[in-house]
Each structure stands twice: as C-alpha cells, then as structure tokens.
Write a protein that binds this ligand. Sequence first.
Ligand code: UFG
Length: 345
Amino acid sequence: MGKKILVTGATGYIGSHTVVELQQSGYQVIAVDDLSNSTEKIMDLVSKISGRRPFFEKLDLSDEPAIRAFFAEHSDISGVIHFAAFKAVGESVEFPLKYYRNNLFGLINLLNCMQEHHIGHLVFSSSCTVYGEPDKLPVNEKAPVKKALSPYGNTKQISEEIIEDTCGVSDLKAISLRYFNPIGAHESGLIGELPIGVPNNLVPFITQTAIGKRSKLKVFGQDYNTPDGTCIRDYIHVTDLAKAHVVAVKRMLENQGESRYEIFNLGTGKGYSVLETIKAFEKVSKVKLNYEITERRPGDVPKVWADTTYANLKLGWKAEKGLEEMMASAWKWEKNLASGILEQI
Ligand code: UFG
C-alpha cells in the first residue's frame, strides 16, 4: 500500500478528480468533506473509476473538537492536500465573515493538528485571483500579490501567508498551487463540476444552457481591450490540474523542493476569450448556444493567463489537454447528469 494522503474537500470538483489521480498513482486516500456543497455519492463514482473506494468521513474543519478527534484516529498520514473552502466570489462579498470563518479557521485548525501529529507536507489550493489585474502578461509567480477584489480572494492571500509563516517556524513543507480557470470533467464522464443553484462560472453556465436548464447565457461585456472585446482567461482541464497535485505531493515526500514553501502557477499558458470558448463548445457539441452580450460583471479582470515556465521546469508537469477536449468533457458530464447519473447510484 502506498503512503496515506488526506484530501480535504474531497467530494468537491477539483478534490474528487485529485482523489482519482492519487489512487491511480498508488496512494492511499483518506477523504474528508463537510458536504456543504457536494454529496457523498461522489465517492461511489470515484470508486467506479479507480476500482477502490477511499475511506470517507464527513468533517467540518472549522469544528475544532471534530478535527482533533479525527486526527487522533488517523495520525499515520504522510501528507495533506487541502481543498476544503468556500469559493463563490459574489457570496463572499455578501457574507464575508462566513468566508473568513470557514476558510481561515479550517486552515488554522488543520495546521495545528498537522503540527501536533508531525505531519509535515501540505499542498494548498490557491488561485490566480491573488494577482488581481496583473501588470504584465503572462503572469509568473514573482508578480506582486494585489489587493484582493473579494473576501474570497482575500482568504486565499491570507491562507498563503499563514502557511508561509508556519513553514518558517516549524517542520512544515508546503506548496501553494495557484489555479487559473479549471474546467472540464473526467474523461469517464463519471465526475465533474456540480454547481448548486445558478452557476457563477462560464463553462457550467454554457453546458446548462445547451442542455436546456438555463434559457440564455449572458456574455458579460464586449467592450474590453481584447481582440474580440470579451475577457480572456487561461482555462485548464481539471484532470491536468489534479495531476499537478500528485506531482506536488511527491515532490515534498521525496524531498525535491528547493525551499520549505513553494508556489506554482497552474494553467496552460494560453488565453481564450469568452467568445472563443463558446465557439469551441459549439464545435464539439454541435449545439448552437443561445447567448447575448450584456453589461460587464463588476470585478472581472479583462485578461489573465499564466506563465507556466516555472511549474513546467520544476514540477516536470505540463497541462496536456486543449480547449476543445475540455469543452467536450464538460458536455459529456452535463449530458450524464441530465440522464440521471447521480440518481442511479
Ligand atoms: N462569464 C460570462 N458569463 C457567465 C459567466 C462568466 O460572460 O455567465 C465570463 C466572465 O465575465 C469572465 C469569464 O467568463 O470573463 C470567466 O468567468 P468565470 O466566472 O468562469 O471565472 P473567473 O475568471 O471570473 O473566476 C475564476 C474562479 C474564481 C477565481 C477567479 C480568479 O471561478 O474562483 O477565477 O481570477 F477567484
């Protein structure tokens, strides 16, 4: 049996894909999630892909007695991948304390327990949101961290600082992975993104519109300083992203890191506009999408894409899947959801 890795937020979108990749790389997974934004059924689907059901426990990391009891039972963990956090930008503006409480208390409790049990390896789920509107493109890891545009973004910045400070005074080694825009679903079509209610993000909104759950996609603004006037993002396939977590864990377990705390951008290095994304979807799905151009969405950065040189070189990892493959997998997942994949479990 391989080393035991704790995955927090394991039934979530990126968490579930990472559990699969860890299992397929020979690790033993201990999965926890508070199930506030997901369902335990995801673990059944994960085991359909990997052939092995990970140990799962419902756990709210901000509940200190509960997390202490959990670690008392599972002290033989070699490393932790920490996804568990709230992530809706708009909701965080409305309920900042909910975000600070969950995202920061959860991390602090986790770090305390890791220290007490001498668990010295952490991969943290961060975001390119820490760069705000970058001065230079593509954005590399040395770009300044800008004032956060939302409490959600601020929790990612503060979390990175908490982790860096902790690495400075303890045995902890950590890697923060700054994601650009994760989209798509597992090639099996068995797991994918499961937005609750109306999706905030572009790709689930596209697929839900195409399947008939939403009547029309709004394209937020066509008057940006970009070739077609719509915003540009670096979309990355969730499986490519998940694989980077496995590489990051291995890097620490094998002592290959260059410092106790490292940061890597995870993107493809290529930016696509909203209209290009829609076109790619229409091409692979053969569905004509109903969309209209509307006002800008407040807080949107006009263009951002990653400089992935550092991650490619140091992690020996590179995103492999292109935009059409991302859209095709997202569409397969949406169609599977519509045919009741979750209800059939
Ligand atoms: N968009 C639309 N219509 C929609 C949804 C989105 O036109 O219905 C546009 C947005 O204006 C933006 C692009 O599609 O130009 C991508 O928007 P997303 O909401 O999918 O992604 P964001 O880049 O806004 O947000 C993502 C993550 C956040 C993270 C942020 C960091 O979802 O968690 O990147 O930049 F904070």
